[in-house]
Design a protein around this ligand. Sequence first.
Ligand code: KIV
Length: 327
Amino acid sequence: MKTKKVTIHTLDSMKKRGEKITMLTAYDATFAQLLDESQIDLLLVGDSLGMVVQGHETTLPVTLEDIIYHCRAVARGTQRAHIVGDMPFMSYQSSIQEAMANAGRLVKEGGAHSVKLEGGAQHADLVAQLVSAGIPVMGHIGLTPQSVHTMGGFKVQGRGDGEAEQLLQDALTLQEAGAYSLVLEGIPSVIAKTISETLDIPTIGIGAGPDCDGQVLVIYDLLGMNDSFKPRFVRRYEHLATRIRTAVDAYAADVKNGAFPSEQESFFMDKAQRPKSANASVSAIALAGGCGPGPLSEVSPEASPNVSEAPFSVESSMYSTVHKPKP
Ligand code: KIV
């Protein structure tokens, strides 16, 4: 489906007309294409990939190269959505110069349309410089996973004395610096509501209640890929962990008992097209009693009553799909 690309201006208009914004994480081309076809507005190549793809306990080990690699894959699968590249831990904290160069790589090499970085007012100068260099910036405040050790764990933020005011101040400072949007993570709904109503730029919530201008989830959580991870803020729309295990068990059983691959999933050759040596080996197999129709069997598309499609066509590409005839 060809639709207009989502830009930061689209998001601004959506906030103005009160239309909710959808964002999901994506780490590869296949998922990106599916989410893009579902009209998800923003695809975040999040450093959460460190946990759900790489198997780390935190997002801290993720490198800039990792994010670039996954951004490139996501960019190849995306036509419509706006792609946000996450700045990983220590790719923007040590100096503005280094941060600018790293953000530039996410855009130039990764194909990201904007970058996201965690933290509040302390990054205002960096945000302003990135924006003036032509790189749109999404902020991220509240529960900022890269500060897991400072926070003492992945804990809801904003409940302590003065913390709500600090969050609002950070949000306003980032907006002032030029951020086009803000992720609000792991904060009480009432604070997220105040911030969302105060700011002109859209807020995207995760564990921040229903009053943000949009919502984001990690796609693996939404799909229920990990049945031992179900925090309060996640809604599972699928239970893929169970479904994947069932499918894989069925595949393994079929391989073990010889039911996969079948004739329909195998390739054949017409007699005339076989090299002499192949005919010799077919004859040898036939003389030895045969082992059923195999890749060199005499079965042709015409001879096979049940199959009339691509797997039997000697011209077809190995990867050609069996298309259903048009009605
Ligand atoms: O890395 C990530 O996936 C994120 C979202 C949870 C907002 O930062």
